[in-house]
Write a protein that binds this ligand. Structure first.
Ligand code: ZN
Length: 174
């Protein structure tokens, strides 16, 4: 479904976005489809502190490339989605990118804004704040001044990195 053309909408809305936006069950976020990837973005202005959506999914003890850890031996994966549309609607976390300077955090399965988020901005969280050991580590290219480099999970944090992320770390990672 394409909602980024045809209609006249306010300047700060979806129609300026550089791709097709797929809607999720949350009125605040959508999945932007561009040439290179699908990523979660804000489709309305989101105020600091707001709840974007709650994490739901299939609970499994085995992490995957796309799972999100929710407890010491528990991860959410997307294997219960019926199809791609259902996955976008009910498992939007699947499309949430990492940033070392993120605009949301996850606590008790809630994704909340840690600062104001503008329409079109990627919705991000810091993977090391939920994951103990990533199934697929990767080199971060967020280009923020606080970039942590290779993202492998909280198990591998240096003392400095752990101190910086401290307040955001999930309870089971402290
Ligand atoms: Zn980074």
């Amino acid at each position: 479904m394409s909602i980024n053309s045809q209609r006249a909408t306010p300047a700060s809305s979806e129609h300026d976005l550089p791709g097709t936006v797929l809607h999720t069950d949350s009125p605040l976020v959508g999945v932007l489809v561009d040439q290179h990837e699908r990523r979660l973005i804000a489709i309305r202005p989101i105020a600091k502190g707001s709840l974007l959506y709650r994490l739901e999914g299939h609970e499994t003890p085995v992490p995957t490339k796309y799972s999100v850890q929710i407890a010491i031996d528990m991860h959410l994966d997307q294997s219960d989605a019926r199809d791609a549309t259902d996955r976008v609607r009910r498992r939007p976390w699947r499309y949430m990118n990492h940033s070392c300077d993120p605009n949301t955090r996850i606590a008790d399965r809630e994704v909340r804004a840690v600062r104001d988020i503008a329409v079109g901005d990627a919705v991000t969280f810091h993977y090391n704040t939920t994951e103990y050991e990533m199934a697929e580590p990767f080199e971060c290219r967020c280009r923020t001044p606080v970039c942590d480099g290779v993202i492998r999970g909280a198990k591998f944090l240096t003392a400095d990195q752990r101190a910086r992320l401290g307040p955001w770390l999930a309870d089971y990672l402290r």
